[in-house]
Write a protein that binds this ligand. Structure first.
Ligand SMILES: [Zn+2]
Ligand SMILES: [Zn+2]
Length: 357
C-alpha cells in the first residue's frame, strides 16, 4: 500500500510498504480522508518533535524513523482482530490517535492526555492516516453516526481539541468569548463555544479567509489585528473584557492580546502549542485575578471516546459544520507539494486540507 513516511525535517516520502500486521486487539481501517494538521507541518519544518528522534525508538511503541504521518483520519473498517470488541467490518469510523502507558503518575490520576510516554498513530506508531490503510487499537475507534459523511470523520480530532479547550476553560452559558487565531483549532473553538452557549464570540485573525470562515461558523465579530486595535474593540464592546479568551496561536502578541482582552477575574485558555517566550508580567494576573489554563489535546486512554463522541453527536446534529474549513481535497501522491508546502505558504488561504488516498 501507499503511505507518506516521515524521515526528518523537509523529508516526507510517499512510498509503497506492506500493510502493518493486525494484532488481536486492533482493527484495520481503509482510509477515506486524513487532515493535515499544524503538528504535521511542525514536524515537516523542524521536527522530529513528536516523532522519534533519529537513532532512538519510542518508549511505548518502539517505532523509529521513518514513521507514517497523519493523525486526523477516518475510514471504513476492513479487518478486526480476534479480541477486538465493539467494532465490525464495514463500520465507518474515526480513531483517537493517542496511545498511553496506563501506569505513569498521570495515567493513574486519570489524566491520560498528560501521559509521560504518550504515542500517537501518525506520529510515533506503526500506522498513520496518510496511507491507504491504517491499523489502530480497537479501544481507540469511535463510530461515526449514520448521516455523517465518512470524510468528515477526519475532522473529529481537531474538533475534539476545541471541545476539550472549551471544557478546560470552564466557560458557562451566556459568557462572552474571544478567540485569538482562526486556524483549524481556533475555528473548532468558535464552534465548540457557540454550541456551549457563548453569548457572543469575537475572533482576532489577520487572514481574511479565516475571518470569513469564523463568521460562517458562528463568530459574531471578527477583527483584523493588523489594521484594527482588536483588544480595544473587544474591551469596549464587552464593558472591560470577555469572560473567557482562547489563545490558539502561541506567540507573544496573541498571548498578550488574549490576556488584555479578558475581564478582571476572567479566564484565558492557552491552546497554541509553542516554545516561544510570551513575556508575561505577574500583575496581568495577580491584581486582576485572571487565570490562565493550558489545554492539551483531548481525553484519551480509557476515556478516548468521551470527547470524540461529543464531536460526532455535534456533527450529527449539524451544530458543528466542518465544510467551511475544508479548503482543499488532494491525493496522497500530492501531499508534499499540494499539502504541506501550500499550508506553509504565509500567503495561503488554506485552513484544512484533506488527503484522500
Ligand atoms: Zn492534529
Ligand atoms: Zn502514562
Amino acid at each position: 500500500m501507499r503511505v507518506a513516511n516521515y524521515y526528518g525535517p523537509g523529508d516526507v516520502r510517499v512510498e509503497s510498504v506492506s500493510e502493518p500486521d493486525l494484532g488481536p486487539d486492533e482493527v484495520r481501517i481503509e482510509i477515506a480522508a486524513c487532515g493535515i494538521c499544524g503538528t504535521d507541518l511542525h514536524e515537516y519544518e523542524e521536527g522530529p518533535d513528536l516523532t522519534p528522534e533519529e537513532d532512538t525508538s519510542h518508549p511505548l511503541t518502539g517505532v523509529s524513523l521513518p514513521v507514517p504521518l497523519g493523525h486526523e483520519f477516518s475510514g471504513t473498517v476492513t479487518a478486526v482482530g480476534d479480541e477486538a470488541e465493539g467494532v465490525a467490518v464495514g463500520d465507518e469510523v474515526t480513531a483517537n490517535p493517542a496511545m498511553v502507558c496506563g501506569d505513569c503518575r498521570y495515567c493513574a490520576e486519570g489524566r491520560h492526555n498528560l501521559c509521560e510516554s504518550v504515542a500517537n498513530t501518525g506520529l510515533s506508531a506503526k500506522s498513520g492516516g496518510f496511507a491507504e490503510s491504517a491499523v489502530v487499537p480497537a479501544d481507540n475507534v469511535v463510530q461515526l453516526p449514520d448521516g455523517v459523511p465518512v470524510e468528515y470523520g477526519a475532522l473529529v480530532e481537531p474538533f475534539s481539541v476545541g471541545v476539550h479547550a472549551t471544557r478546560r476553560s470552564g466557560m458557562q452559558t451566556g459568557d462572552s468569548v474571544a478567540v485569538f487565531g482562526a486556524g483549524p483549532i481556533g475555528i473548532s473553538i468558535v464552534q465548540a463555544a457557540t454550541a456551549a452557549g457563548a453569548k457572543e464570540v469575537f475572533v482576532s485573525e489577520p487572514r481574511a479567509k479565516r475571518r470569513e470562515i469564523a463568521e460562517e461558523v458562528g463568530a459574531r465579530t471578527t477583527l483584523d489585528p493588523t489594521t484594527t486595535e482588536a483588544v480595544d474593540e473587544i474591551t469596549d464592546a464587552t464593558d472591560g473584557g470577555v469572560d473567557v479568551a482562547f489563545e490558539a496561536v502561541g506567540i507573544e502578541p496573541t498571548f498578550k492580546a488574549a490576556i488584555e482582552a479578558t475581564k478582571r477575574g476572567g479566564q484565558i485558555t492557552a491552546v497554541g502549542i509553542s516554545d516561544d517566550d510570551v513575556g508575561l508580567t505577574p500583575n496581568e494576573l495577580v491584581v486582576v485575578e485572571r487565570t490562565i489554563t493550558g489545554s492539551n489535546g483531548y481525553l484519551s486512554g480509557p476515556l478516548a471516546d468521551r470527547e470524540f463522541e461529543m464531536v460526532t453527536s455535534f456533527l450529527e446534529s449539524g451544530e458543528f459544520d466542518p465544510e467551511p474549513m475544508i479548503t482543499a481535497r488532494i491525493s496522497l501522491e500530492d501531499i508534499v507539494e499540494e499539502g504541506f508546502e501550500k499550508l506553509l505558504d504565509p500567503e495561503s488561504e488554506h485552513v484544512k486540507i484533506l488527503v484522500e488516498p
